[in-house]
Design a binder for this molecule. Structure first.
Ligand code: COI
Length: 332
């Protein structure tokens, strides 16, 4: 059995090696290149492909993969929004993801960034860098006083809820699909409008679908409480960035922590030191003292990376051996 794994970073390499040692009957080849029209040529003769990237998986690469007779693609992450569902279905490729590699990693980072916003650490750090150690005027807010509206109650949303509650915050939640534990606690409201109406903090934990794109738009911001805080560790396009900028300008939004951006693949996980960045929205947001932009790092922990590598390889092996796997993704 032969598996080729694309986009393997240095921090993933030891986990790939360990997995390969534990599976001597499987030949694992790791390549640093992302999966694209050129790199897929290396997959000829393999039984399965493992991949992880934030940019789009090109249709042409999927086509070549299928032409080589490879029907199994295992992603090492959870999101599948960079795969063309129509092409996957047309080619009959079986796709797996790793839905639960460490929800806690993302949830903990979500709360970290919310705390940074509420405690205004960006402003204090900037002042301290200039030897200004005065308290005022950056008086802060307490999480235990907030009503946090959690949108999306999958694994990450549920983990975030527990941490918010640990800080003493009131949590309300919205999801089309109700989780029994969240339901039992009576946290669900029936509509997003109720979240907008009641929440002083909104935390996004839902996938990107055509129907969730720009769900936080001008109309949604209009319905929110004045001075609301927004945290997005899910997907950039959930927020209309221009509408967010307008809401920050008007004071409707008091602060935002964004681990994801609409056009993040132009920048994130790349070194732009000394280079000019041509992304005016990014510059606008990062220049603000009440906006925290981080480069999609919420997932990036030792536990998560190990589970992503093992999960991707386990799923791919299961597909090769049995034609199916626990984490098969259904495309509608
Ligand atoms: C995911 O697992 O889908 C993530 O958001 C991680 C990311 C770096 C693609």
């Amino acid at each position: 059995m032969k598996i080729i794994a694309y986009g393997i970073r240095d921090d993933e390499q030891p986990f790939v090696k360990d997995w390969a040692t534990q599976h001597p009957d499987v030949e694992v080849t790791s390549v640093t290149a992302l999966l694209d029209e050129q790199s897929i040529q290396q997959a000829k003769g393999y039984d399965g492909v493992v991949a992880f990237q934030q940019i789009q998986y090109p249709d042409a690469a999927l086509q070549t993969m299928s032409d080589f007779g490879i029907k199994y693609l295992s992603l090492r992450n959870v999101g599948v929004d960079n795969l063309n569902p129509a092409k996957v279905k047309e080619l009959g490729i079986k796709v797996t993801n790793v839905p639960v590699y460490s929800p806690e990693a993302i949830a903990e980072f979500t709360v970290t960034q919310l705390m940074n916003l509420l405690r205004r650490t960006k402003e204090y750090n900037a002042k301290a860098a200039n030897q200004d150690f005065r308290w005022a005027p950056q008086i802060s807010k307490e999480l235990n006083q907030q009503t946090v509206g959690v949108i999306g109650t999958g694994h990450i949303g549920q983990s975030a809820i527990k941490i918010f509650q640990g800080f003493g915050a009131k949590v309300i939640a919205y999801d089309k699909f109700h989780n029994p534990d969240v339901e039992a606690q009576g946290l669900y409201v029936d509509t997003l409008d109720e979240i907008y109406d009641q929440a002083t903090v909104i935390s996004l934990h839902i996938p990107l679908f055509p129907e969730t794109e720009h769900m936080l738009n001008a109309a949604a911001f209009q319905k929110m409480n004045d001075g609301v805080f927004i945290v997005n560790t899910a997907r950039g396009p959930l927020i209309d960035e221009q509408a967010l900028i307008d809401a920050l300008d008007s004071g409707k939004v008091a602060g935002a922590a964004l681990d994801v951006l609409e056009e993040e693949t132009r920048l994130f996980n790349q070194d732009f030191s000394g280079k000019t960045i041509d992304y005016p929205v990014f510059q606008n947001l990062t220049a603000r003292q009440n906006v925290l932009v981080s480069p999609h790092t919420a997932f990036f922990t030792d536990v998560a990376v190990k589970n992503m590598v093992n999960g991707g390889l386990d799923n791919n092996l299961s597909l090769i051996q049995t034609g199916t796997a626990d984490n098969l993704v259904t495309f509608n």
